[in-house]
Design a protein around this ligand. Structure first.
Ligand code: PAF
Length: 284
């Protein structure tokens, strides 16, 4: 496994496999790798001849009050995980390598970046789409892998790639859950033991939403209220949103008669937790 922090080197390393027609897979991450990332890496290893993992805590996607400074950066552990799982190249640039001067050029997906997380994190998706564009331009992957846990991010990236004719495929892998249903996230390490237990209310609530839809509920407001009620059983949990939206447009659905994404964001102590499930009410 080769590791570099420079754009020049990663470009040099990618040229021969590209010329040889090998399939290059990119798993963009902010490090603090966990089993969810490992599932993306495994999928990349299965589908691609060369696998690149980027480790970069991207400053432009954090708001001024957010956790950029305290975001975990267990560099050596991350490298060991990559090594164990068959990664070929780790790209770990510094902020000044990625943003050597004031950044004047941004990639901005409109509309679908406004609801859900876009409401409480202005500028977040602009940072994500800009850094992903830069990573795609630097590595030149044939495929890039994202997790369904960040459903809005995955939808936004797919749309950006389609709208801008970027020559790569986006693969979205299922959310990786712990035995009790909690979606694995680097931010779970901010939780105390009690908060870690309380956090499972989110998945329980999502399942309750699924159960209602599968039992024939057609009114999204009723489902939303029920999901919120289950989360509120944990008094410490502050709901940011519970929304039933169309998985592509991310607009609220008026009636449950097709595919719907139930998406939740809530604050629990120091952590902001997000989760979602896709339910197809037609298949119930
Ligand atoms: O999902 C993440 O970890 C980040 O948003 C990403 C895609 C690596 C961009 O910084």
């Amino acid at each position: 496994m080769r590791v570099t922090g420079t754009i020049e080197e990663v470009r040099q390393w990618m040229a021969p496999p590209r010329a040889a027609g090998q399939r290059i897979g990119l798993v963009p991450t902010m490090g603090a790798l966990h089993v969810g990332h490992v599932s993306l890496i495994e999928e990349a290893v299965k589908r691609c001849e060369v696998v690149v993992v980027s480790l970069f805590v991207n400053p432009t996607q954090f708001g001024p009050e957010e956790d950029f400074n305290k975001y975990p950066r267990p560099f050596e552990e991350d490298l060991a995980i990559c090594q164990r799982h068959g990664v070929d190249v780790v790209f770990t640039p510094s902020p000044s390598e990625m943003y050597p001067r004031e950044n004047l050029t941004w990639v901005n997906v409109t509309g679908i970046t406004e609801p859900l997380c876009g409401r409480s994190r202005p500028g977040h998706f602009r940072g994500v789409t800009t850094v992903c564009t830069k990573l795609f331009n630097i590595v030149g992957p044939d495929v890039a892998f994202f997790g369904q846990k960040d459903a809005q991010q995955a939808t936004v990236i797919r749309r950006m790639v389609a709208d801008l004719n970027m020559p790569l495929e986006i693969v979205v892998c299922p959310t990786f859950r712990q035995g009790d249903g909690l979606a694995v996230s680097s931010r779970n390490q901010y939780l105390s033991a009690q908060q870690r237990k309380d956090a499972t209310a989110i998945y329980k609530a999502l399942q309750e939403g699924r159960r209602m839809i599968e039992a024939g509920a057609v009114d999204p407001i009723l489902v939303c209220e029920r999901v919120e009620a289950v989360i509120r059983r944990v008094p410490a949990m502050q709901i940011e949103y519970v929304s039933l939206v169309d998985p592509e447009t991310l607009q609220p659905v008026q009636r449950l008669d097709g595919a719907v994404l139930i998406a939740v964001a809530a604050r629990l102590g120091p952590a902001r937790l997000i989760d979602n499930i896709l339910v197809d009410s037609r298949s119930s």
